[in-house]
Design a protein around this ligand. Structure first.
Ligand code: SF4
Length: 148
């Protein structure tokens, strides 16, 4: 089951997109130095189909992309949620803390995917030494984005 803690409208997480960031809880990754430890807790509201429909109605005209921040505890549900927004012509992005995608379906339903755990000594996506990578996906192929 996916739960989310809160929402943000963000401009930098995905280049050239105005994104609705959905901050997913129950993160299983337990990175040392985690920047958002509350997202490791089992808190927040369930991200049901009805909530997705409400978000579409409320933000569908205000954003160009929906970005799922987390969700490694239930990747299939992240995939289904992405499919929902893609039906309405909204781009989709996923920030995962895993090294690799669960399967190739994810390259069909996401426009952007960030992979890689947060490693304190290497820094986040904005660090030149980071292990994390943001990919743009076109026709099932992943291309590294270097935007920071
Ligand atoms: S993936 Fe993100 S939220 Fe989860 S433990 Fe690592 S830094 Fe924290």
């Amino acid at each position: 089951m996916l739960k989310y803690y809160n929402l943000d409208i963000v401009f930098q997480e995905i280049p050239n997109e105005v994104s609705l960031a959905i901050n997913i809880t129950n993160c299983p990754n337990h990175c040392k130095g985690c920047h958002s430890p509350h997202l490791q807790e089992d808190i927040g509201e369930e991200l049901t189909k009805s909530v997705l429909s409400d978000l579409l109605e409320k933000y569908g005209n205000a954003v160009t992309c929906v970005c799922f921040m987390g969700g490694d505890n239930a990747p299939e549900e992240i995939l289904q949620s992405a499919k929902f927004f893609r039906k309405y012509g909204i781009k989709t992005a996923w920030y995962s803390g895993k090294k690799a995608l669960p399967n190739s379906d994810f390259t069909q339903y996401f426009n952007y995917i960030k992979l890689g755990a947060y490693i304190e000594s290497l820094g986040g996506l904005d660090s030149p030494t980071t292990n994390q990578r943001l990919y743009r996906i076109e026709n099932g192929e992943m291309f590294v984005v270097g935007f920071k």
